[in-house]
Design a binder for this molecule. Structure first.
Ligand code: SAM
Length: 241
């Protein structure tokens, strides 16, 4: 007997017309991911059942349009990926980028590993851990994050991971300008940087996705690529995971 309540395992809605324009050749993989979220994602408590009807607009397309900010071949770390938002979406849409999904909770990394395997995404790696534990170990061009922490705390986790010229791209809500204005001084004390708020995906998703971008303008974080290995002597590195 059914209760009339939508159960996990329900199919996601059909992709809206914009999904084809946004995902192009990657649409079959995006559909498969949407099915996985609606089924296993709900069953395993990674997303709420009420998200299923709005999976495309509020989650997949909303995250996918951030790809406009990623140049060809970019290296990206997605902090606090959860069920894969936005990192897995960006990885499946852009096979040219290298994406690391950094997530501390085992239940979530197990799901992410399964999704990456199922969707056959050789450019996406899942790492279990907290962002702050990766300082000194992981260096990248971009950090993405959605719904992970308020801006000052998020910047504290993200900026040490960035190469000079690299950017934190934080997906935020309508109050992004106010959040940035309140946090900007503290953020630039963490590491010299310039910040702005941009809206991406106009005409593809409504409302457009709001991104707070913090671009670091100095060295002083990570060493340049290729010089990361210590050559003996003092060891500053923390424990290995
Ligand atoms: C509210 S969920 C958002 C998940 C996903 N980004 C989304 O938009 O659906 C926040 C995620 O951040 C992760 N998280 C919390 N603290 C973290 C940290 N210090 N480093 C990396 N991830 C963290 C949590 O485990 C959780 O998966």
């Amino acid at each position: 007997m059914t209760s009339g309540v939508e159960e996990p395992g329900a199919a996601p809605p059909a992709p809206p017309a914009q999904a084809e324009a946004v995902f192009g050749d990657s649409l079959p993989k995006a559909r498969r991911y949407a099915e996985l979220l609606a089924d296993d994602g709900v069953r395993r408590g990674l997303i709420g059942p009420r998200e299923v009807p709005r999976l495309w607009e509020r989650h997949l397309i909303n995250c996918a349009v951030v790809e406009e900010l990623l140049p060809e071949g970019a290296e990206v770390v997605d902090i606090g990926s959860g069920a894969g938002l936005p990192g897995l979406v960006l990885g499946l849409l852009r096979p040219d980028i290298r994406m690391v999904l950094l997530e501390p909770l085992l239940r979530r990394t197990v799901f992410l590993d399964e999704a990456v395997g199922l969707l056959e995404l050789p450019n996406v790696e899942v790492r279990r851990g907290r962002a702050e534990e990766a300082h000194g170990d992981l260096y990248t061009d971009f950090v993405t994050a959605r719904a992970v922490a308020p801006l000052p705390r998020l910047a504290g986790w993200a900026l040490p991971l960035l190469r000079k010229g690299g950017s934190l791209l934080a997906l935020k809500g309508e109050q992004a300008e106010a959040e940035l204005a309140a946090a900007e001084q503290d953020v630039s004390k963490l590491r010299p940087s310039v910040s702005d708020v941009i809206r991406v995906g106009r005409g593809k998703v409504d409302p457009a996705t709001t991104v707070v971008r913090v671009t670091v303008t100095s060295d002083g974080g990570p060493p340049p690529p290729g010089s990361q290995k210590k050559r003996g002597g003092k060891k500053k590195r923390g424990r290995k995971r």
